[in-house]
Design a protein around this ligand. Structure first.
Ligand SMILES: Cc1ncc(COP(=O)(O)O)c(C=O)c1O
Length: 433
């Protein structure tokens, strides 16, 4: 049986975690801090659980420099759960803002209010999706399943500019976002993007989504980002986003925890939850949403509305505390330097053997987290041979996505530089043998 040190695992998620955290996790699972009980056995409402929650929030706030006006939620149901949650919650916010405005103009006349809101839903409700890979595609499909395709504006389908395949992000000028009031429209309920798709990563925050000092709601772009696969791997200006979410199981912890960072202005008391009866009458599919995915409910209960897996949260908190302790003042930028260095090593090696290796995505949007490439133009036998050779050296988890094929080396935070160097040596050997 190989030891952890002997195996270099590059799986796409769940992904490796720091060995000291896993070892401490083993102890905490059996007997946490000599209490005679394991962390998975204690109440999520106990002082111990509350301390874990507070520590996780504090470490994350430090790492990302999360500003005052944001709340951190710990949820379940993974990244995919958030595909739905975003729609449930942010379309509700849209309705509530419209309801407030209508009430100001029309007073409490319920029939008139309802008539106006129905008209606005029909004519103006839109959610914008930037589809740059299979995850944002899935998220947009979930929105369409919940509220109906007529409300979903796919502002960008990156495949259209790349021969039907993902792998590039076309110029912003080609995106067709719903215009804000300033641009002559009425804005969308939110703009959704996936910061890191398999192989494709936004190089920076899109210029066209930069806040424009909006002092009214119609000009505010509510930007939502799925950071499941590049969470805590680079510096992020949180203030540009309204919602950031990520499943923990790649860079932060084990499956079972989803982290959500949300602007408090989208939560009560600043934005009330629209009355369920109103939502029923408006007949917008999927609204009101499931209570365990309701941001307002989760925020009000400090993420403890229902049983939160405290052991899983503790793992995430330990990973984050380790990052705080390791990088000090550099915070997440410290991790970013390492992630960039590892990715650079791999891409440089691949590029130095263009006859053997072909990197799949365009250079401008290459992911630092998932390095996707083909061997000898995607020759199935050669790729099998490449993977088998890697396995014999304990370089594992390199097989590409089942629907895409090829090779995918995932370079998450806990993949040590040493392991990347081992892979680089194998890439060199294979190419020159
Ligand atoms: C970017 C991204 N979003 C969402 C998901 C789905 O996450 P989950 O399996 O936790 O629902 C993944 C999973 O790999 C992902 O990489």
């Amino acid at each position: 049986m190989p030891s952890r040190e002997e195996v270099a695992y590059f799986g796409a998620g769940p992904a490796p975690l720091p060995t000291p955290v896993i070892e401490a996790g083993g102890k905490a699972f059996v007997n946490y801090n000599n209490t005679g009980l394991g962390l998975a056995e204690i109440s999520h409402r106990s002082p111990t659980a509350n301390a874990v929650l507070a520590e996780a929030k504090s470490a994350l706030t430090t790492l990302y420099d999360i500003p005052e006006g944001y709340e951190i939620l710990f949820m379940q149901a993974g990244g995919s759960g958030e595909f739905s949650a975003v729609v449930h919650n942010l379309v509700s916010v849209w309705v509530e803002r419209r309801r407030r405005k209508a009430e100001k103009a029309l007073g409490n006349d319920e029939d008139k209010l309802l008539e106006r809101l129905r008209k606005e839903v029909t004519e103006e409700l839109k959610v914008d999706y930037l589809v740059t890979g299979s995850w944002s595609l899935k998220a947009s499909q979930e929105a369409a399943r919940l509220i109906g395709t007529k409300y979903v504006n796919v502002a960008l389908d990156a495949r259209k500019a790349n021969n039907g395949k993902f792998g590039r992000i076309p110029e912003e000028a080609t995106w067709s976002l719903t215009p804000t009031k300033r641009e002559g429209g009425t804005g969308s309920a939110f703009v959704y993007l996936c910061d890191n798709e398999t192989g494709v990563e936004f190089p920076a925050f899109p210029k066209c989504l930069e806040p424009q000092g909006a002092d009214n709601e119609e000009d505010e772009r509510i930007v939502v980002a799925d950071m499941s696969s590049n969470f805590l791997s680079r510096k992020v200006d949180v203030s540009k986003y309204s919602v950031i979410f990520g499943g923990a199981q790649k860079n932060v912890g084990v499956t079972g925890i989803t982290i959500v960072i949300i602007k408090k202005s989208l939560l009560p008391p600043q934005t009330a939850t629209p009355p369920p009866a109103l939502l029923h009458k408006l007949e917008i599919g999927g609204l009101p949403g499931t209570i365990v995915l309701d941001y307002a409910t989760i925020a009000k209960n400090n993420s403890l509305y229902n049983t939160l897996p405290i052991f899983n949260l503790w793992i995430a908190s330990q990973v984050m505390v380790n990052l705080v302790n390791t990088f000090g003042e550099r915070k997440v930028s410290g991790q970013e330097e390492i992630a960039n260095k590892k990715a650079e090593l791999l891409y440089t090696t691949l590029e130095s053997h263009p006859q053997v290796y072909q990197v799949v995505p365009d250079k401008s949007v290459r992911s630092r987290m998932n390095i996707c490439f083909r061997v000898l133009g995607g020759d199935a036998e050669k790729e099998k041979e490449f993977l088998a050779g890697a396995e014999t050296l304990n370089l594992t988890g390199l097989k590409g996505h089942r629907s895409v094929g090829g090779i995918r080396a995932s370079n998450y935070n806990a993949v040590p530089l040493d392991n990347v160097e081992k892979l680089v040596r194998y890439l060199e050997d294979y190419a020159t043998k």
